[in-house]
Design a protein around this ligand. Structure first.
Ligand code: GLU
Length: 449
């Protein structure tokens, strides 16, 4: 490996030894860009890589809220404005008890390259809180969101930093967050958040965008292999917004999602999560805040496997769409034993690095990385920003066509970047290289800081 690149990775490993997720993502991205760094000695002259692993700004804030019984709770809020070289900071907010600096750091770093891959002008950011929404009432969620925004509002804005949803933050939370922003600032600046409701400046297709985009990307991979999606079976993990979008698009085009999972286990539906009733039920499950997939099994009379992950099921395509490190070495081995040909990551960093490298090394297995596959979500967020600044609403057809074009372009530019460095059809390395190069060029051209 290039010695400068190696020294930066070593530095990150030492400095962030208490943040394994951040170390993991830096190693994953930077291993891929080795041939690029080797070809560009000017990066070292301006210490570009150390600058790239240091967020431009990252801060915490106190979020205090009162529950329905009058008890006071104190949580930590975070925002990491990782890299603004190619556009205003952009990225979701995650409300989950597992949130700590390492999670926000890793997600912000990933977001920088993902947003670059969309081809649109958005920088990388991430934020959130260790708040646990599970079991909380609507009024409690509202009070939490209001307190969160009261602390954050002065550091964001339509041309500054544009948060959105992620795990634990959906349309409802974005509504409460925007209401509080407008209330405090007294201006109509709805471009400050994306994933909004349609009544106040949301974009059509944004709720579906991550899942639809993932299927569009998958179709490009299948096309490359001379196959089609019709009749294929897909194992999905998670049952949130992203899994919902995947099920909806898969059903439309004749593929079958046969598994869903939650923290409690997984369900197997041999007929597919394909009817409108089943697909809509996913929304109900999320709105209930119970965070339990077993409800689906009970409702539709399908088997539920308590405490297990769905990766032992024999399918054509695997799409982890839950959370980070969902697939480790033991799971990856099961996937290979089942003869799965397409391993399509959807959640952010769903695979441990050893499992990812193992899967990539298998002949006949095609691995697609999440930062490319799930980029349609944030990509449509950028389209939402464009509609807001133009005071326009695009039709569903317009947004969907742009999303489709974007996903094809992400696939093609990743494949081209890998080919340029003699790596063959390596979508993981290609996405990292293509995403990295645009950010690197923008940083070089803007001088040293
Ligand atoms: N949280 C999503 C992601 O990981 C969406 C971010 C956004 O729309 O800004 O990309």
């Amino acid at each position: 490996m290039n010695t400068y690149l190696q020294s930066v990775i070593d530095h990150v490993k030492e400095k962030y030894k208490n943040e394994p997720e951040f170390v993991q993502t830096v190693e994953e991205v930077f291993t891929s860009i080795d041939p690029v760094v080797e070809a560009h000695p000017e990066y070292e002259k301006v210490d570009l890589l150390n600058r790239m692993v240091e967020p431009e700004r990252m801060f915490t804030f106190r979020v205090v809220w009162i529950d329905d019984n009058g008890k006071v709770h104190t949580n930590t809020g975070y925002r990491c404005q990782f890299n603004g070289a190619i556009g205003p900071y952009k990225g979701g907010l995650r409300f989950h008890p597992s949130v700590y600096p390492g999670i926000i750091h890793f997600l912000g770093f990933e977001q920088t390259f993902k947003n670059s891959l969309t081809g649109l002008p958005i920088g990388g950011a991430k934020g959130g809180s260790d708040f646990n929404p599970a079991g909380r009432s609507d009024a409690e969620i509202m009070r939490f969101c209001q307190s969160f925004m009261t602390a954050l509002y002065r550091y964001i804005g339509p041309d500054v930093d544009v948060p959105a949803g992620d795990i634990g933050v959906g349309g409802r939370e974005i509504g409460y967050l925007y209401g509080q922003y407008r209330r405090i600032k007294g201006v109509w600046e709805n471009g400050v958040l994306t994933g909004k409701g349609m009544s106040y400046g949301g974009s059509l297709v944004r709720p579906e965008a991550t899942g639809y985009g993932a299927i569009y990307y998958l179709e490009e991979v299948l096309k490359h292999e001379g196959e089609t999606i019709q009749g294929k079976t897909i194992a999905v993990s998670g049952f949130g917004n992203v899994a919902w979008g995947i099920c909806k698009k898969a059903a439309q085009i004749g593929a079958k999602v046969v598994t869903l999972s939650g923290p409690d286990g997984y369900i197997y539906d041999k007929d597919g999560v394909s009817t409108e009733e089943k697909i809509n039920y996913l929304l109900e499950m999320r709105a209930s805040n119970r965070n339990r997939v077993e409800d689906y099994a009970k409702k539709f009379g399908v088997p539920f496997f308590k405490g297990e992950k769905p990766w032992g099921v024999k399918v054509d395509i695997v799409m982890p769409a839950a959370t980070q490190n969902d697939v480790d070495m033991a799971q990856a081995k099961k996937i290979v034993e089942n003869g799965v040909k397409y391993y399509i990551e959807v959640a952010n960093m769903p695979t441990t690095n050893d499992a990812l490298n193992f899967l990539r090394a298998q002949k006949g297995v095609i691995v697609a990385p999440s930062k490319a596959v799930n980029a349609g979500g944030v990509g449509v967020s950028a389209l939402e920003m464009a509609q807001n600044s133009d005071r326009m609403i695009w039709t569903e057809e317009q947004v969907d066509a742009e999303l489709h074009r974007m996903m094809k372009n992400i696939h093609d530019s990743s494949a081209a970047a890998a080919a340029e460095y003699g790596l063959g059809y390596d979508l993981v390395a290609g996405a990292n290289i293509a995403g990295f190069k645009k950010v690197a060029t923008a940083m070089l051209e803007q001088g040293i800081f």
